[in-house]
Design a protein around this ligand. Structure first.
Ligand SMILES: [Fe+2]
Length: 314
């Protein structure tokens, strides 16, 4: 009863916030000539030696600008973490990263549950030499003592903001989630010359429909690609607590007996198709194999597997 009440309160709050946030078009949005998204942490890998987990970290190379999106889960609290190990394996240097982008404050994107509780993030469970680069987060976030990045500045991107040439946060879109509560989540938009806007999404708690709507509000440019998590743990999930599908339980703004279902997946596929998207790549960290297969069948040649170590080139 209390959880139901809380969900209703959070739903109200999220709806009010969403309605209050309307934004003008980005003026003269610039573009990059190329974009590569390299998954560093996710559930499936293209490389046998890479570490995999139900978490997200992507290296986004937009023109000359390199950004790290989210820092993985580090479920076993390791040092070096799966993120740091995979970076070494793939020859990625933290010194080459110019900004960190945190999509939202859930453990699988912040480097662990402790970080979620403390509203902080860490790249590993021990000292990591991390350059003093700006950190874009939808809400204020603290630095973990492990990050060793003195001088790094937190920039709250609740509202849309240009991060670098052709690279934008579309701003945060809140949603109420059962048990997880009111959740702010932002997504990245990269404008690729001659192609269009590529949206890179952490968990997709906003719903893809609202992400597309926001991108259309900000840019008079077609949406070319959708890459990342959309949270469809239908007929299976990546975080099982005994027989209970943890991701399904907490992933919706409805009560669990009316949780995420096949119809939600079909509606998302419909919305992406209607937007004329040319490249789709769905993260397996918060979607089931069933959902991945639905996407593969729906998008055919436009679908690209999202795998650790396999760069998605736009
Ligand atoms: Fe996630």
């Amino acid at each position: 009863m209390i959880t139901l009440l809380k969900l209703m309160v959070d739903r109200n709050r999220a709806e009010k916030q969403r309605n209050a946030r309307t934004y003008p078009r980005m003026q003269n949005p610039d573009a990059v000539s190329s974009l590569t998204v390299l998954p560093l942490v996710d559930f499936y890998s293209a490389i046998p030696d890479a570490k995999t987990e139900a978490g997200v970290s992507y290296l986004v190379k937009a023109g000359d600008f390199t950004l790290l999106m989210d820092v993985g889960h580090n479920e076993k609290r390791e040092h070096p973490s799966p993120l740091i190990r995979n970076m070494e394996l793939l020859g990625v240097r933290l010194a080459d990263v110019s900004a960190l982008f945190i999509s939202h404050f859930h453990f699988d994107h912040l480097g662990g549950k402790k970080n979620e509780r403390k509203k902080t993030f860490s790249l590993s469970n021990g000292a990591v030499d991390f350059p003093p680069i700006p950190v874009y987060a939808p809400l204020p976030i603290r630095h973990s003592p492990f990050n060793m990045n003195p001088g790094s500045e937190v920039r709250v991107s609740l509202d849309p903001v240009r991060i670098a040439p052709g690279v934008y946060s579309i701003g945060s879109i809140p949603r109420a989630l059962y048990l997880m509560g009111y959740t702010e989540e932002q997504a990245l938009a990269v404008n690729v010359a001659g192609k269009g806007i590529v949206l890179i999404i952490g968990c997709g708690h906003q719903t893809i429909q609202r992400v597309i709507e926001r991108a259309r509000q900000l840019f008079d440019i077609p949406i070319y690609g959708i890459i990342g998590g959309l949270h469809f743990p239908v007929h299976g999930g990546r975080i099982m607590v005994g027989p209970i599908n943890g991701q399904s339980l907490v992933g919706s703004d409805r009560m669990p007996w009316n949780g995420i279902n096949e119809n939600d997946v079909r509606e998302a596929i419909g919305a992406i198709s209607d937007a004329g998207v040319k490249l789709v790549s769905l993260s397996a960290h918060d979607s089931s194999d069933w959902a991945l297969n639905e996407f593969k069948h729906a998008f055919g040649d436009a679908y690209v597997d999202l795998l650790v170590g396999a760069p998605i080139k736009v």
